[in-house]
Design a protein around this ligand. Structure first.
Ligand SMILES: NC(=O)c1ccc[n+]([C@@H]2O[C@H](COP(=O)([O-])OP(=O)(O)OC[C@H]3O[C@@H](n4cnc5c(N)ncnc54)[C@H](O)[C@@H]3O)[C@@H](O)[C@H]2O)c1
Length: 379
């Protein structure tokens, strides 16, 4: 079978997880690895018997590397991805594609002007229930959207935040729950419901000794007048994962991985406008949602990326769509810290200046060696 030879940049928790996953994806072959810490690069290189580097340029320039997986902390994603795409090497970036909208713009522009394939590791899009939700939205079964809601409440311990110097700092990570734990949920939210054009947010650090937010909430306004609500945190057990989209023709609800869909054949507004009955409501029928059987997780995205490169298969998570999540994250952080509503698209220069100020206040953590261990669910 034809294979794409991948080089992985950043072989910490997630990068080493991807090295392992690639061993079981027929279309992928691990060709080289890179980490700025020599012993980390060496350990993974020796484990898989592939060349290892400490400078990403060397990995990308290596003739045995066809495509590049970027699994470093987020701030490095853009420069590595842009260099690779400029060399004509397809890129799959870890989430989020960047910390700022300006950097995401530069990645998107490079992908467009070089025509190089660009994907993002939003693997939860491959999960059967989210594919089912996507099929409902794509086939127009919700009609015009009137309301959205996302609740992603999760838990991280202080030990997690203390596990690496870059985590939960403005200088090393550029945000908290919004930029690290919530991006998969925020990606699905914008994938399914589109982007709002105005965000009024609240961000706070409630339960952890960190610089960045562990709680964030926002009111959203959409171009068509729809409204929405987001809540994200790392302060709760058991976790809660709720996504709701209410439209003219249907209502979608996914609660902790259980999907429900109600069809509203007469239409909500159409019924309201046309009915002469004071106390009647439009008919609603709950329909069983067809859940496709399919491969999911990181392996599914890696396979899809390889098949996109080899055969032109449509990308499940195109890198250029990674910009949407960054818009929402930047808008929420900026609004949460300034107390003002923020428009989307976010003002690029303003966000860069704002983040530089936060980075200046950022204090390097004194926590000993980085642990480089990703959650078991990813291995
Ligand atoms: N898709 C997912 O499910 C998922 C899960 C976890 C993490 N991630 C993402 O993966 C990325 C890495 O997270 P992690 O948990 O693996 O972190 P980690 O700290 O365990 O690993 C990051 C590695 O990158 C290396 N590195 C840093 N700068 C580098 C550079 N310039 N060149 C080469 N190597 C460099 C570090 O030495 C480290 O080994 C983050 O962007 C994170 O959001 C995604």
């Amino acid at each position: 079978m034809a294979q794409v030879r991948f080089g992985i940049v950043g072989t910490g928790g997630m990068g080493s997880g991807h090295a392992k996953t690639m061993q079981s994806i027929e279309e992928c072959k691990l060709a080289a690895v890179c980490d700025i810490v020599p012993e980390v690069a060496e350990a993974v290189g020796e484990q898989y018997n592939v060349p290892y580097f400490t400078d990403y340029h060397d990995l990308i320039d290596c003739k045995d590397v066809d495509a590049v997986m970027v699994a470093t902390p987020h701030y490095f994603h853009p420069e590595i991805a842009i260099y690779a795409m400029e060399q004509g090497k397809p890129v799959i970036s870890e989430k989020p594609i960047s910390v700022t909208v300006a950097a995401a713009d530069a990645m998107v522009a490079t992908a467009k002007h070089t025509g190089t394939p660009f994907g993002v590791m939003y693997q939860s899009r491959t999960e059967p229930i989210w594919q089912a939700a996507w099929n409902l939205v794509k086939s127009g079964q919700l009609g015009e959207i009137y309301r959205t809601m996302l609740v992603y409440a999760d838990f991280r311990s202080q030990a997690y935040y203390n596990s690496a110097g870059w985590r939960a700092t403005w200088a090393g990570e550029g945000g908290g729950v919004l930029i690290n734990q919530a991006p998969h949920s925020l990606d699905r939210f914008t994938w399914l419901a589109g982007l709002p054009n105005k965000v009024t947010a609240y961000c706070a650090t409630v339960n952890h000794k960190i610089e960045v937010e562990d709680v964030a909430a926002a009111m959203l306004e959409y171009p068509n007048g729809a409204t929405g609500f987001i809540y994200c945190s790392t302060t709760e057990v058991p976790g809660t994962d709720i996504l709701e989209i209410s439209g003219e023709l249907g209502k979608l609800r996914v609660v902790d991985r259980e999907i429900k869909f109600w069809r509203i054949p007469q239409g909500v507004k159409a019924y309201s406008d046309g009915s002469t009955e004071m106390w009647r409501r439009p008919d609603v029928e709950e329909v069983e949602v067809e859940i496709p059987e399919r491969e999911s997780g990181h392996g599914a995205i890696l396979r899809n990326m390889a098949r996109h490169i080899l055969y032109g298969e449509e990308l499940i998570a195109p890198g250029i769509e990674g910009l949407n999540t960054v818009e929402l994250i930047n808008a929420m952080i900026l609004s949460g810290r300034t107390g003002e509503p923020v428009s989307i698209p976010v003002a690029r220069e303003r966000y860069d200046v704002f983040l530089e100020e936060l980075k200046k206040m950022s204090v390097r953590k004194d926590i000993g060696p980085d642990k480089r261990i990703t959650d078991d669910v990813h291995h």
